[in-house]
Design a protein around this ligand. Structure first.
Ligand SMILES: Nc1ncnc2c1ncn2[C@@H]1O[C@H](COP(=O)(O)OP(=O)(O)OP(=O)(O)O)[C@@H](O)[C@H]1O
Length: 808
């Protein structure tokens, strides 16, 4: 056990490290500022230092090397400045709490053990030889997360190092003062973890480096698999593990991996703000963060109005179970499936033989090139050439045709009209623009020869009047060319953007009827109500709109026809809330980022979208995406977010199907309250919120099923005088502490001190398909969970054993 002497010894060491840090920071300070001045200075005087002389070959060579040398000096200074700056910043960040852990490790064959202190960055002794603090991401530090005292080992590039861990100690240090010390045995610091988890929710997610658990460490440091799937219970630290993993990868591959080569797909923009501080807290730059919806909209551009996933969700949650509802649901399921993906691939093959649709090119109400002409040209190419390559051939042919047509067009009447309408100033402006362009970039014009002639005439005119007539003639011809060229520019631009392909028509064509669909796609098993699905899809497309479930297939088809627009820069993709993506969307991501590794984190028990993907069962399409050998699956079953009482309650909402082990932190049982009226509920909720605030909870969410219910709840609570209440909608960009009303699907991934389920009655939650949404809402609670019902309880609550909750 720790005694006063140990404590004193540790405080002394801490003081020593703090002193060293302070002195190194002070030492670097003038250098850091001085160096940036130097770099600025060199940049400014760059050309003063090089002698530019190109008279002879030797002079030229000398100039060349002088520039090269100056460049090298500059980049060396810049690099050294960057490095020092980073060191200086990391030491400043370490100062309040230089380390959080220590292990004493004796390597096999050595006679003594080494004390290894672990912190958010490394801190090396002045002589550069010894580590005073090891970065948590170093190989040796991994033992801190993986072992209890006893036999231990770690991997290095040179092989495995074995030995014995004699001690494992944890520290809580604040502002350079030792607050607490724990020697741990079995798991790391249940005591420290208890303290960390007992705290209140924050507006921003925190890093967990001091208390990473062994199974989380396996996720963080896994760099073998192309695909890493993490199926983890609610609150098991999936998001946390993902963020520390990004930090780990940036450290391990710091020479080759930049922050913008990692992309995180998150469930919504508010979540992005919630997690955005973790990496900077760890001294790393943020990775790229986006949502799948954002990505789709970006690629779709303005061609079609895209429904957003939350509107899709709202429809599914609020629509009555009419036939239309069932058809939409069936459509979503089919369009999300691998079967549809295969159907589209077959469709693309079929298009290689027949059925391509083009859009004719028109100009001033005349068709210049018809769709039929394009089609016959397209199918005249060798059929063994890939579809997308034939599209390129057609594009080049169209550009040539347009050049010919452009030349012909110069004689058209409308050109004469435009010429007549040019006033003198416009003439002069066009002409002087012409001159400037000519001088700058002769090659811009493909009629240089004539221009030079005209230019010559112009000079002639300046010298004498004889050549005026010639010049005017030339000038008119040039102006005609310019006028037509300007008008043809958008046509050519559209051709370059492949807008002559009727992608909407191609997608539409798929949904025309039963028999053609089978023929075009080789599909044998059509979903139920296929005709109705077709009709619904066509109606939407005719309005130039796209259902959310159609967006990925539409873009996929576009890629198949036009060729893939892949991103080869991105090396790692993280997909959080991965259960909410369809197999189709995964296949699309893989195609878009062919050089990236993928980390998918999710919980099938929280699958709230109709297109959900099971992440870990044997038949999961995710396991097939990169093949078994390239795939690792890690399961997290321990839940850290909620108290044991809340976990026990929520776990049984799922019939105990998933294995979930609560972390041993106790609190009050969930409270169930039946209310007689909406007014009574509002009054009671306000009273409960006041009480919760008085107990010190400052992040409180009233969770509803839908956005519509959120509005209703917000109005009801406001009318009754609830102060400081915020309404969270899909447009909300930042996550803040306080009291809020939020629909369950937007609360995904975030957490609150207390959660109040606005209406847990069977009037609101009755469908079996909404069980997971209800579960997701309840699992957002860290310390307190309160449920209200106007009428009978939802069936999932009625099934529960009454010992799991308090009733009022
Ligand atoms: N090793 C850990 N040390 C300290 N806190 C942890 C640890 N692991 C998880 N937590 C905390 O548990 C909470 C839940 O973590 P996180 O949000 O990462 O879980 P999740 O699995 O993504 O949850 P969900 O799927 O329910 O959204 C967070 O407050 C996080 O800080």
């Amino acid at each position: 056990m720790l005694n006063a002497k140990d404590w004193q010894h540790e405080q002394e060491r801490l003081d020593l490290i703090t002193e060293k840090l302070l002195s190194r920071i002070a030492e670097l300070e003038p250098e850091v500022t001085g160096l940036s001045d130097q770099v600025r200075d060199i940049r400014k005087r760059f050309w003063e230092e090089v002698t530019v002389n190109t008279s002879t070959d030797e002079d030229f060579e000398e100039t060349f090397y002088s520039i090269k040398q100056q460049e090298a000096v500059l980049s060396e200074r810049e690099r050294s400045h960057r490095q020092r700056m980073q060191r200086w910043k990391s030491m400043k960040r370490m100062l309040p709490s230089p380390y959080f852990g220590r292990i004493d490790f004796q390597e096999d064959g050595l006679s003594s053990s080494e004390q290894i202190y672990i912190g958010v960055s490394s801190f090396v002794d002045e002589d550069g030889m010894g580590f005073l603090v090891y970065d948590w991401r170093t190989p040796i530090a991994s033992m801190y997360y993986d072992y209890s005292p006893g036999a231990a080992s770690y991997e290095t590039p040179g092989g495995q190092i074995n030995g014995a861990m004699m001690l494992k100690r944890q520290y809580q240090i604040r502002d350079g003062k030792l607050q607490n010390l724990f020697d741990t045995s079995l798991t790391i610091g249940d005591e420290l973890l208890q303290q960390v988890l007992g705290k209140g929710a924050d507006a921003q997610m925190k890093s967990i480096v001091a208390t990473i658990q062994k199974e989380q460490n396996a996720i963080i440091r896994n760099d073998k698999s192309r695909m890493l799937i993490v199926q983890g219970a609610a609150g098991s630290g999936k998001t946390s593990a993902a963020l520390q993993r990004a930090a780990y990868l940036m450290y391990k591959y710091r020479d080759s991996l930049k922050a913008d080569q990692i992309v995180l797909f998150s469930p919504n923009s508010m979540f992005n703000s919630y997690v955005s501080t973790v990496l900077p807290e760890l001294g790393e730059e943020n990775m790229q963060q986006t949502t799948f919806q954002e990505y789709l909209s970006y690629w779709l551009g303005s061609t079609l109005r895209l429904e957003d996933p939350f509107d899709q969700m709202e429809f599914l949650l609020t629509a009555k179970p009419t036939q239309g509802y069932e058809v939409r649901l069936k459509g979503i399921q089919y369009k999300s499936s691998e079967a549809f993906l295969k159907a589209l691939q077959c469709y693309a093959l079929w298009l290689g033989k027949e059925g391509m649709l083009f859009r004719g090119i028109s100009f001033r109400d005349r068709e210049l090139i018809s769709a039929e002409q394009m089609k016959s040209k397209f199918y005249s190419y060798d059929s063994s050439i890939r579809l997308a390559n034939r599209v390129v051939l057609l594009r080049d042919w169209l550009l040539k045709e347009l050049n010919l047509l452009e030349r012909k067009e110069q004689e058209a009447y409308w050109v004469q009209d435009e010429l007549d309408y040019l006033d003198n100033d416009q003439y002069a402006a066009v002409y002087s623009e012409l001159l400037k362009k000519y001088r700058r970039e002769e090659a811009v014009f493909d009629f240089t020869e004539q221009y030079v002639e005209a230019y010559g005439e112009f000079r002639g005119k300046e010298q004498g009047e004889e050549n005026v007539f010639d010049f005017v003639e030339q000038e008119e011809e040039l102006l005609r060319r310019i006028i037509v060229k300007e008008h043809f520019k958008p046509l050519k631009r559209d051709v370059k953007k492949l807008m002559f392909i009727d992608v909407i028509g191609l997608y539409h064509q798929l949904f025309e009827d039963d028999a053609p669909y089978r023929k075009m796609t080789n599909e044998t098993e059509l979903p139920e109500s296929w005709r109705e699905i077709c009709m619904l899809t066509r109606e939407k497309l005719n309005r130039h709109e796209l259902f959310y479930e159609d967006a990925t297939p539409f873009l996929y088809l576009k890629e198949l026809v036009e060729g893939a627009r892949t991103n080869t820069e991105v090396r790692h993709i993280f997909v959080d809330e991965g259960q909410d993506y369809s197999p189709f969307q995964y296949a699309f991501l893989k195609k878009l980022f062919p050089r990236a590794r993928m980390t998918v984190l999710g919980d099938f028990s929280q699958a709230i979208f109709a297109q959900a993907t099971n992440l870990h069962e044997a038949d999961s399409p995710l396991l097939r995406l990169y093949g078994e050998d390239e795939t690792s699956l890690i399961r997290l079953v321990r839940s850290y977010r909620s108290t044991r009482e809340i976990v026990e309650f929520t776990k049984l909402l799922l019939h105990g199907g998933e294995e979930i082990v609560p972390f041993n932190r106790s609190g009050r049982k969930p409270l169930l309250l039946k209310v007689g009226s909406g007014e009574e509920r509002a009054t009671r909720i306000i009273k409960d919120i006041t009480q919760l605030k008085a107990e010190g909870f400052d992040s409180i969410a009233v969770i509803t099923k839908t956005a519509a219910e959120s509005h209703e709840a917000y109005e009801a609570l406001k009318t009754k005088g609830c102060e400081g209440l915020r309404l969270i909608t899909k447009e909300t960009l930042t996550f803040e502490k306080g009291v809020m009303v939020i629909p369950a699907y937007l609360a995904k991934g975030v957490e609150f001190d207390a959660v109040l389920i606005y209406d847990a009655s069977s009037q609101v939650y009755s469908r079996e398909s909404e069980r997971k949404l209800f579960y997701t809402a309840c699992t957002r609670a860290m310390h307190r969970l309160l449920l209200y019902a106007l009428g009978e309880w939802a069936p999932y609550v009625l099934e529960l054993d009454t010992s799991l909750y308090e009733l009022e």
